[in-house]
Design a protein around this ligand. Structure first.
Ligand code: FMN
Length: 462
């Protein structure tokens, strides 16, 4: 069989993920694997129609396809996202239709599932036959279990195709509602004296609803709110995955384009951030994706702490819980407060007006009260993955994160570092292995567990 590998790593041949495919290629020598370096060569692919058509031709005449990519901000790299947009813009989806496919990524498992969900949904949208996702940690291939799992995955992939097995789509086609939002004069205005409000968007001429939502937000906040179209910022290219930033937050693009200066002076200095975008396929635009990717010069260190933010989304957010989760998780790991998301997927024009006014008012109110919320599994789980990685295997590369995590107290969350935990482990746990003591403990357990909370409630005076 002839299998096309679409490589979504900006590192091209130096991609770690690609080594997993190379391993499969060696293990199954009767099949041919042809790799196309999509992310690395996106500029040429986009600007040279012959090159693009050549790739589509290769895909058309292949038996199956592998989406091979590193995780970038809970998604694929902005350049692979751009390629996926080109498939739609240039109307060549039929080259993918009916083809078997699978996705292979490497990552540190920080929201790897949302990236695979995205690729699965894209594949379903093109009527491909999506077989499965394979998502090892970066270095799993070094271990015999990792190798075994990869071979099992390869077998599943090849057998499914050879035996022409059936696959089921998991993402229903999106039904966009035919709704034109018309913003009205706001009923409530918000005073932003002494606050820096930055509105970032990627609206194109045709994005009517998004532009109207932006206009309404601007009217509520007034002229002092700064508005930037991220398409106007000079961005020379996507993140190259070189990790030069790991030591001291210095990006190789520094001084070469306007992105870093913009991010530092506008985004990182804002009190309130309003983000706005139109859903494109199953995510936002590739411009937004590149914008996020390039913010990696801050590596894993949160830089939006205590900011209040709002997302304005035009498109069927009601049918895209994956995107919603990505946005929520992003804010949680940045320790910023996502005040809310307004989307034109719901309500009338008046409802949307009101929703925008409400969130803008709440954002300012929140700033005054320094409002934050406890993180959910998204933020808590994500932080623990970062903490363990930066403490351990990734510390050599990300020394700047290591210093920041120490300063931010992330390492204090290691359970073994708490004195109380130590006492519990060394004295109480062995005691509880004595059946008589365990029995007494069991009968008291519910009361004992709730006691400290009850005490706080009892002592509370307002
Ligand atoms: C800008 C950037 C963003 C990343 N985002 C994520 C992420 O969201 N989740 C994750 O688990 N790993 C993330 N990673 C780690 C890479 O996915 C990981 O190093 C991958 O193995 C690189 O594969 P490659 O060598 O094929 O490019 C990110 C790395 C970079 C440079």
């Amino acid at each position: 069989m002839n299998i096309i590998v679409l490589n979504g790593s900006p590192k091209g041949n130096l991609s770690g993920t690609l080594q997993y495919v190379a391993y499969l290629e060696k293990a199954y020598p009767t099949h041919q694997f042809e790799t196309i370096h999509i992310a690395q060569q996106i500029k040429g692919i986009e600007t040279n129609p012959d090159k693009f058509e050549g790739i589509i031709q290769q895909i058309r005449s292949s038996d199956a396809l592998i989406w091979c990519f590193p995780l970038y901000y809970m998604m694929v790299h902005g350049s692979l996202k751009r390629f996926i947009e080109l498939i739609d813009e240039r109307d060549v989806k039929q080259a993918f239709q009916g083809k078997y496919c699978a996705s292979i990524s490497t990552s540190i498992h920080f929201f790897d599932h949302t990236a695979h969900n995205y690729i699965h949904a894209i594949s379903d949208d093109m009527n491909m036959k999506y077989i499965a996702a394979f998502s090892p940690a970066m270095n799993d291939l070094l271990k015999s279990k990792g190798q075994q799992q990869l071979l099992q995955f390869g077998k599943l992939f090849l057998q499914t195709i050879e035996q022409k097995q059936i696959t089921q789509p998991q993402f229903f086609p999106v039904q966009t509602r035919d709704f034109v939002y018309q913003n009205n004069k706001p009923k409530n205005f918000v005073d932003i004296t002494n606050k820096k409000v930055v509105i970032l968007h990627d609206a194109l001429e045709q994005d009517h609803n998004l532009k109207q939502m932006l206009a309404h937000t601007r009217a509520v906040f007034g002229e002092k709110a700064e508005v930037y179209n991220i398409r106007d910022i000079e961005i020379k290219g996507g993140c190259q995955g070189c990790m030069h930033c790991g030591g001291s937050y210095r990006c190789t693009y520094e001084g070469k384009d306007d992105y870093i200066e913009f991010y530092k002076s506008k985004v990182m200095k804002a009190d309130i951030l309003v983000y706005a975008g139109t859903i494109k396929d199953r995510y936002l635009s590739s411009r937004w994706k590149t914008f996020y990717d390039r913010s990696f010069f801050n590596t894993h260190t949160p830089v939006l702490q205590n900011k209040q933010s709002i997302w304005l989304i035009s498109g069927a957010l009601d049918q895209n819980p994956n995107l919603k989760q990505i946005l929520e998780a992003y804010h949680e790991f940045q320790e910023a407060n996502l005040v809310g998301i307004v989307s034109d997927a719901y309500g009338t024009s008046e409802d949307i007006d009101q929703m925008i006014e409400q969130l803008c008012g709440r954002a300012v109110e929140n700033l005054k009260d320094n409002v934050s919320r406890p993180v959910t599994f998204l933020g808590e789980g994500g932080m623990r993955i970062f903490r363990d990685e930066i403490w351990g295997g990734l510390r050599m590369v990300f020394t700047a994160d290591h210093k920041a995590f120490r300063r931010l107290g992330y390492y204090k969350t290691f359970p073994q570092r708490s004195f109380l935990n130590f006492i519990m482990r060394v004295f109480l746990v062995p005691l509880l292995s004595i059946p008589a003591i365990r029995k007494g403990f069991n009968t008291q357990m519910k009361e004992q567990m709730v006691m400290p909370l009850k005490n706080v409630v009892a002592k509370a005076r307002f």
